[in-house]
Design a protein around this ligand. Structure first.
Ligand SMILES: Cc1cc2nc3c(=O)[nH]c(=O)nc-3n(C[C@H](O)[C@H](O)[C@H](O)COP(=O)(O)OP(=O)(O)OC[C@H]3O[C@@H](n4cnc5c(N)ncnc54)[C@H](O)[C@@H]3O)c2cc1C
Length: 569
C-alpha cells in the first residue's frame, strides 16, 4: 500500500523536476523561428540573452511570482496625517519580480526600433510563468515608448524616454494607457472625458476611466476629447498625464481596485480625473490614430507573444505529466486519447509561434519605417487577426492541459495551470475583444481594399511548397483557402453576411497562414522538419479541409507520432 503512495508521489517529483533549467536552449522551435528571421550574429545575441534570462525565469522569477499570487495589491488613499496619496501597495516580492523582468532589457530594447525579436523572446520566456502583473506593465510601457518615439515633442521625449527605457527597475518609469470608460471599451469613439487647453502648452483632463491597469504607473497615456472637438474617434486627443506633481497626486482619485478573474497581482482601477495636468502628444485631433497605430498595435502583438509563452508552458506541463503519471498500470502517455490531446496542444502552440514570429518580423519593419505598402497592409490585418486567434487558442490549450493533469490540474498549489487559465481568459478581453477585432478586420479589408493581399500572402507560400509530401498537405490547404477566399469576398461585399459569418472565416484564414508558415519551415531541411510537417497536416484536417475525418485516415496515428517526436518517451 505504502509503495503505491510513494510511487505516485515519486512520479509527481519526476514531473516537477522535468521542467527545463534553460527554457530557451531546450525550446528548439523557438530557436528555429528566431533562426529563420535573424542574421547569425543577431541570433547568437538572442541565444545568449534567451538562455541567461530563461534560467532566471525558472530559478528566480517563477518562485517569486508564486509567492505573491495570494497577496492582492492594496489601495492606500491617504497617509497617516490625512494627505491624499493614492498609493498602491504590493507584496515586496512583486517588485523583486519586476526588477528581474526589467533587467532582461525588454524595455531598453523598446527604445530602439529594430529589436522586436529580442523583445519577443524575453517576453515569451517571462510569460512561461504567466506573470501578467509585470507583462501587462511591460506591454503598456513599450506602447508608451513607441507613442513618444513617433509622435511626442522633443521636450516630452527628453523628459520621459531615459527612465521609460531604463534597465534598472528602481530607476524605471512605468507607463499605462487609459482609453476605456464606463460607457464603452470597444467603442472608443464614445470616450467623453473632456480636455481643456490652459494656454501654457498644458491641458486639464477630467472624467472617469473605467479600466486602468498599472494604476500605480508613473505616467498615464489617456484619450480625452478637447472642448468643441468633433464627436467619434476623430475628435479625440492623446495626452500624457504625470502621476505626481510636486509629490502629490495630479488631479486624480482612485475609486477602487478591480477584483479580477486573472492578472490579479497587477492593480487595475477605476479612476476619476479632475483637472489633471496633461500634455498633448502629436496633434490633438490625431489622438485615436496615434493610440491605435503605436499603442494598440504594439499591445496586440505583445498580447499574442504572451499567449504563445503560456501555450508553451501548457505543453511542457502536460507532456511531462503524461510521461510520469500512471493509470491502469500504464503511463498515461501510452493512451491514444492522451497522445492525441497533447499532440493537439503542441500543434496549436507551434502554429501560434509561427504566426506570431511572422508578425514580429512585420512589427519590426513597421517600427523601423521600412515596411513596404503591402507589408504594412498585411501587418494591419495580421496584428488584429493573430491576436484573436492566439488568445482564443491559449485559453483552449491551457484548458486541455488542465484536463491532462486530471483533478490535480484544478489545484492552485499543484501547478501553474489554474493561474495561466485565468490569465489567458483576461488576455482574450484586453486590447480588443474577438468580435471587435473581427469587425475591424472586415472594415479594413473593404476600406483599404486588401482582401487580395491577405489571401495571396498565404496562397503564394503554399504554392511555393514543392517537396512532394509537403506539397500534398499544401494542396489540401490551398483547396480550403479557395473556399475561404470566396467567403471573405462575400463578407466584404455583403455587409449583412459579413457581420454574421466573418468571424469563423477569419479564424480559419489565420489558420491557413499558420499552416503555410509551418510548411515553409518544414521545407528547410533540419531536425524539426518532420514535426513541422505533422503539425501542418494536423491543422489542415482540423481547420481547412472540411471533408476530412481523422477516423478514416490510416496515416492519422502516424501524424500524431511524428508531431510528438520523442517528447512523451
Ligand atoms: C483585466 C483588464 C484590464 C484592462 N485594462 C485596461 C486598461 O488598462 N486600459 C483600458 O483602456 N482598458 C482596459 N481594459 C478594458 C478592455 O480594453 C475592454 O474591456 C475591452 O476593450 C472591451 O470593452 P468593454 O468591456 O466595454 O466591452 P463592450 O465594448 O461593451 O463589448 C461587449 C461585447 O460586445 C461585443 N461588441 C462590441 N462592439 C461590437 C461590434 N462592433 N461588433 C460585434 N460585437 C461587438 C464585444 O466583442 C463584447 O463581446 C481592461 C480589461 C480587463 C478585463
Amino acid at each position: 500500500m505504502t509503495d503505491a503512495f510513494d510511487t505516485a508521489r515519486e512520479a509527481f517529483e519526476a514531473w516537477r523536476s522535468d521542467f527545463p533549467d534553460d527554457p530557451y536552449s531546450t525550446d528548439h522551435h523557438l530557436d528555429h523561428v528566431n533562426s529563420r528571421y535573424l542574421s547569425e550574429e543577431r541570433l547568437a545575441g538572442v541565444r545568449e540573452m534567451g538562455s541567461a534570462f530563461g534560467r532566471t525565469v525558472v530559478e528566480n522569477l517563477g518562485p517569486l511570482v508564486e509567492s505573491y499570487q495570494r497577496h492582492d495589491p492594496e489601495l492606500v488613499k491617504f497617509d497617516g496625517i490625512g494627505n491624499r496619496t493614492e498609493e498602491i501597495r504590493f507584496d515586496p516580492a512583486y517588485h523583486e519580480a519586476g526588477a528581474l523582468v526589467w533587467a532582461s532589457g525588454l524595455l531598453r530594447d523598446a527604445g530602439t526600433p529594430g529589436l522586436s525579436f529580442e523583445q519577443a523572446t524575453s517576453f515569451y520566456l517571462a510569460s512561461l510563468e504567466g506573470e501578467m502583473g509585470h507583462m501587462c506593465a511591460a506591454t503598456c510601457t513599450t506602447g508608451m515608448i513607441r507613442v513618444l518615439r513617433r509622435s511626442a515633442s522633443a521636450s516630452i521625449r527628453d523628459q520621459y524616454m531615459p527612465a521609460l527605457t531604463a534597465v534598472d527597475y528602481g530607476d524605471a518609469l512605468r507607463g499605462s494607457q487609459f482609453l476605456t470608460e464606463v460607457q464603452g471599451g470597444s467603442d472608443v469613439g464614445s470616450v467623453a472625458s473632456p480636455a481643456i487647453e490652459r494656454g501654457d502648452g498644458s491641458w486639464h483632463v477630467s472624467g472617469e476611466k473605467w479600466f486602468c491597469s498599472i494604476a500605480d504607473a508613473d505616467a498615464f497615456l489617456v484619450l480625452a476629447r478637447p472642448e468643441g472637438a468633433a464627436s467619434g474617434t476623430k475628435g479625440l486627443g492623446c495626452f500624457i498625464i504625470p502621476r505626481l506633481i510636486d509629490g502629490a497626486p495630479n488631479g486624480f482619485s482612485i475609486r477602487r481596485l478591480k477584483d479580477k478573474l486573472g492578472t490579479m497581482s497587477m492593480a487595475s482601477a477605476e479612476i476619476d480625473f479632475e483637472n489633471a495636468v496633461a500634455y498633448p502628444i502629436g496633434n490633438v485631433d490625431d489622438g485615436f490614430k496615434i493610440m491605435v497605430t503605436a499603442m494598440l498595435n504594439t499591445s496586440r502583438w505583445m498580447n499574442a507573444v504572451g499567449d504563445v509563452g503560456i501555450m508553451r508552458r501548457a505543453y511542457l506541463e502536460a507532456s511531462a505529466y503524461a510521461r510520469h503519471r500512471e493509470a491502469f498500470g500504464r503511463r498515461i502517455a501510452e493512451f491514444p486519447l492522451v497522445r492525441r490531446q497533447i499532440a493537439q496542444i503542441k500543434a496549436e502552440w507551434m502554429a501560434a509561434l509561427h504566426s506570431t514570429w511572422a508578425l514580429t518580423s512585420l512589427d519590426e519593419q513597421v517600427d523601423l519605417g521600412t515596411a513596404s505598402e503591402s507589408d504594412a497592409a498585411f501587418h494591419r490585418y495580421l496584428v488584429n487577426a493573430n491576436k484573436l486567434t492566439c488568445s482564443l487558442a491559449a485559453t483552449q490549450t491551457v484548458r486541455e492541459a488542465v484536463e491532462i493533469l486530471g483533478g490535480n490540474g484544478a489545484i492552485e498549489t499543484f501547478s501553474v495551470l489554474p493561474r495561466l487559465l485565468r490569465d489567458a481568459v483576461v488576455y482574450e478581453q484586453w486590447e480588443g475583444t474577438h468580435n471587435t477585432l473581427t469587425a475591424q478586420v472586415l472594415r479594413d479589408l473593404g476600406r483599404l481594399d486588401i482582401t487580395s493581399t491577405v489571401i495571396d500572402r498565404t496562397a503564394i507560400l503554399l504554392k511555393s511548397i514543392t517537396e512532394p509530401v509537403l506539397a500534398t498537405i499544401a494542396s489540401r490547404a490551398l483547396a480550403g483557402l479557395d473556399e475561404l477566399a470566396a467567403e471573405t469576398r462575400r463578407s466584404v461585399e455583403d455587409a449583412g453576411h459579413g457581420a454574421m459569418h466573418f468571424r469563423s472565416t477569419l479564424e480559419r484564414l489565420v489558420r491557413g497562414h499558420q499552416i503555410a508558415l509551418l510548411l515553409d519551415s518544414a521545407q528547410h531541411p533540419g531536425p524539426l522538419a518532420t514535426e513541422l510537417a505533422a503539425a501542418a497536416s494536423f491543422l489542415v484536417g482540423k481547420y481547412l479541409d472540411r471533408s476530412y475525418r481523422p477516423e478514416y485516415d490510416l496515416a492519422f496515428d502516424q501524424t500524431i507520432t511524428e508531431l510528438l517526436g520523442t517528447d512523451l518517451d
